[in-house]
Write a protein that binds this ligand. Structure first.
Ligand code: ATP
Length: 371
């Protein structure tokens, strides 16, 4: 929404609309640990034997499809849900488990939700000062103003939330979350309410603010690109379990199984069987990486892993070539294979439909998994 207060902030206008970098108040980050945490809602199992440790200042993304238990873990960490078993610790002290329970407001944890959850009847300043009830009013307003300044919205302190755009409301929510200087920040899909154009710049600025505050941050998302942009470490979840945890690069380059690989990118998929240590696929033979002889396997090849090559490689015909802005998506006809194979190339390199070219596959982007 655009208003007399609004200047379409957060869209393409760039980062200068946020406050000066490096000015967010730093916190004393805490270590957040889940130890064997399991939780069910009646018969619905939401989390099973979760072990996860956030080092102080680390940004970890819980990534997975809808219903895999991400929000449940966030709620357990916040203390608004009590797990059936296991423990949650902050700096080694049990805040939830058989040994006791520390209520949410005593944990020093900040929260940020996808709907921003601003109070409509409070001004922007009062919204940001809301979590600062332990300070006297003047001090709370001073801290709130400092957080608003950092997100570039101090001019709006007397305005009410409804006049702000989605991007601006998200920034107020961020200011409110960091104002009490939490040692841990929990964020549930904080960017999903924003349109695509805005999301990238808001994520980038939010990441900068998080790093400045040095709070340990646990962020829930179902968007792999968002997780890769934001996270020091990704915990990839499925059916209430953490399937793989590692840096974005580790998970992208070494997924533990085909489903994890598919979650991060698009693939050409071929079936085969291991014979003499390798597998026959339409674009040649690929190494089976120690999988036992005779095992049936699926071979996943990223479209971007297929490259044009001059002499070696495989002869293919380009069936279609579609311009998609920063790259072209080609479909290839390969002799002896009835389906098409997809290939991604820079526009300047892309041959026309009907061209016959030679291609080879970058082995670093081939994954072979037993079926
Ligand atoms: P989403 O991305 O859709 O929010 P999620 O990965 O965050 O999903 P959770 O919200 O933690 O997953 O839900 C895990 C499972 O627990 C789901 O099957 C969900 O339907 C169920 N569930 C969550 N909250 C409740 C509740 N209060 N009562 C009953 N079942 C619940």
């Amino acid at each position: 929404m655009q208003t007399e207060f609004s200047d379409t902030s957060g869209n393409q206008a760039g980062r200068k609309e946020w406050g000066e970098r490096g000015t967010a108040a730093a916190t004393i980050a805490a270590r957040l640990s889940f130890e064997h945490v399991s939780h069910s809602y009646g018969r619905i199992v939401a989390a099973t034997d979760i072990n996860l440790d956030l080092a102080p200042g680390e940004i970890v993304c819980l990534l997975g499809p809808s219903g895999c238990g991400k929000t449940t873990l966030l709620r357990v960490a916040a203390g608004v849900e009590r797990q059936n078993s296991g423990r949650v610790l902050l700096d080694g002290l049990e805040v939830s488990g058989p040994g006791g329970f520390v209520p949410p407001e005593k944990r020093g944890i900040g929260l940020m939700f996808q709907d921003f959850a601003l109070f409509p009847h409070l001004t922007i300043l009062e919204n940001v000062a809301f979590g600062l009830s332990e300070l006297d009013r003047a001090e709370a307003h001073r801290e709130a103003r400092s957080a608003l300044q950092r997100v570039g919205l101090l001019d709006y302190e007397k305005a009410y939330p409804h006049i702000l755009s989605g991007g601006e409301q998200q920034r107020v929510a961020l200011a409110r979350a960091i104002a009490p200087r939490p040692s841990v920040l929990l964020m549930d899909e904080p960017f999903s309410g924003l349109d695509q154009r805005l999301r990238d710049s808001v994520r980038d600025e939010t990441l900068t603010v998080l790093k400045e505050t040095r709070a340990s941050s646990l962020l829930v998302t179902h968007d792999p690109e968002e997780a890769m942009q934001m996270a020091d470490r990704i915990a990839h979840m499925r059916n209430g379990r953490i399937i793989q945890s590692g840096s974005p690069r580790e998970i992208y380059n070494n997924p533990v199984d085909a489903e994890t690989a598919r979650f991060f990118s698009d693939f050409n998929e071929f079936d085969g069987a291991v014979e003499n240590g390798s597998v026959d696929v339409p674009l040649g033979r690929v190494a089976a990486n120690g999988i036992a002889e005779g095992t049936k396997v699926e071979v996943l090849v990223r479209p971007s892993a297929i490259e044009l090559c001059s002499q070696d490689g495989f002869e293919v015909m380009v069936r279609t070539s579609r311009f998609l802005g920063d790259h072209c998506l080609l479909t290839l006809a390969v002799a002896g294979y009835e389906k098409t194979v997809r290939m991604k190339l820079r526009d300047s390199e892309a041959p026309e439909s009907g061209a016959v070219v030679r291609v080879c596959v970058n082995p670093a982007h081939i994954f072979v998994f037993p079926t």
